[in-house]
Structure formats: structure tokens, C-alpha cells
Design a binder for this molecule. Structure first.
Ligand code: HEC
Length: 169
């Protein structure tokens, strides 16, 4: 009996998840869009698609959700040892759905084209897809601890911590 019930339950669930046999896509919607990693967009669109929801449109961040400010700050990571790796290995970057070349382009854009703003380093070697691939292959174990170490390295260089999160010295 139990087997019969679960068979009925399973088949009605399956039926619900299937489209009606005569269902057609709405006009103009016949072609399913490809996932982002197969698309070519401008980097600011990549940002809007997968980053801006947390980091907000201009990288302002949101303290109440523990999202650090990238605006005028994120570039400082490139001034300390380990920071270049961190920008790729941080979960928001590494686990985005983007392909390695897209992620390289996106982070290069963040640094050079606006969001890093006043924190943009004087010299910057753009990330390549190969560098991003190698870094993504080594996930960051302890994100917060790593970030704190990097912030201490900034303090040691007299860089003010304007990440918008806590009242920082
Ligand atoms: C779910 C929210 C969320 C999304 C989506 C997200 N991030 Fe983040 N991001 C964070 C948080 C929180 C941190 C702070 C470090 C941590 O705890 O991961 C962070 C830190 C960063 C940092 C390091 C800066 C710092 O001050 O720590 C970079 C660079 C970054 N994110 C890039 C991105 C990019 C690029 C995307 C989109 C592909 C993205 N993030 C999407 C939440 C997010």
C-alpha cells in the first residue's frame, strides 16, 4: 500500500513540474537565454548581474548586511601582500558563475574603471584568465581571518580602513 501511495505521489509531483503539452513560449521568448558564463557583456553588466545585489550599484556596500564598501577602498588590497589573491579568492568573486576570463575582466574593471576610485593603485597589472583560474582552484578557507590579516597589513602602511563595516581606527 505504502508503495502504491508513494508511486501516486511521485507521479503527480512529476506531472506538476511538466509544462502543459500545448504550452508555447510567449512571443519573443522562443529562444532561452544562455547562462551568464556563456554570454559576452560589458563588465558593468557582469557586476549588475551578480555583485550589485549585495555590494550595491556603485560599490557602496551595506553595513547592516555586513557587506564591505568597495567604493574608494577595494584597491587598497592590492597594496598589501596577499591582497591580489584575495580579490579573486573571496567567495563573491570565486564562486560567481562567471568564466575565468569574464571574472578577470570584471575585477580589472572594478579596479580601473570607477569602483576602486581613490584607492586605485598607481600601478596595476591586469588579471589574466590564467591567473584567475589558478587562484580559483585554491579556495579561501577562513575568509574573515584572512581579511583581518590584510586589513592589519594596510594599517601597518597607514592606510585608513574605510570599509564601512565597523568603527575602525
Ligand atoms: C551574497 C552577497 C555578495 C555577493 C553576491 C557578492 N559579494 Fe563580494 N563580498 C561580500 C562580503 C560579505 C564580502 C566580505 C568578505 C566575505 O565575508 O566574503 C565581500 C567581499 C568582496 C571583495 C573583497 C573586498 C573586501 O573589502 O573584502 C571583493 C573584491 C568582492 N567581494 C567582489 C565581488 C564580486 C566581483 C562579486 C560578483 C561577481 C561579488 N563580490 C558578489 C558579499 C557578496
Amino acid at each position: 500500500m505504502v508503495g502504491l501511495f508513494s508511486l501516486i505521489a511521485a507521479s503527480s509531483l512529476a506531472a506538476q513540474s511538466l509544462p502543459m503539452p500545448n504550452t508555447k513560449p510567449a512571443p519573443g521568448n522562443e529562444i532561452r537565454p544562455a547562462p551568464p558564463h556563456q554570454m559576452v557583456y560589458r563588465p558593468e553588466v557582469y557586476y549588475q548581474l551578480e555583485c550589485g545585489g549585495c555590494h550595491l550599484a556603485d560599490g557602496e556596500g551595506e553595513r547592516k548586511n555586513d557587506i564591505p564598501r568597495m567604493k574608494d577602498f577595494v584597491g587598497h588590497f592590492l597594496s598589501v601582500e596577499g591582497g591580489r589573491e584575495f580579490l579573486v579568492q573571496v567567495p563573491g568573486s570565486a564562486y560567481s558563475s562567471f568564466a575565468d576570463d569574464q571574472l578577470a575582466e570584471l575585477i580589472n574593471w572594478i579596479i580601473t574603471d570607477g569602483i576602486a576610485g581613490t584607492s586605485k593603485p598607481e600601478e596595476f597589472t591586469p588579471y589574466t584568465a590564467e591567473e584567475v583560474a589558478a587562484l580559483r582552484a585554491q579556495p579561501l578557507g577562513k575568509v574573515e581571518e584572512t581579511r583581518d590579516v590584510l586589513l592589519d597589513r594596510m594599517r601597518a602602511k597607514d592606510i585608513a580602513i574605510h570599509d564601512g563595516l565597523k568603527d575602525r581606527p
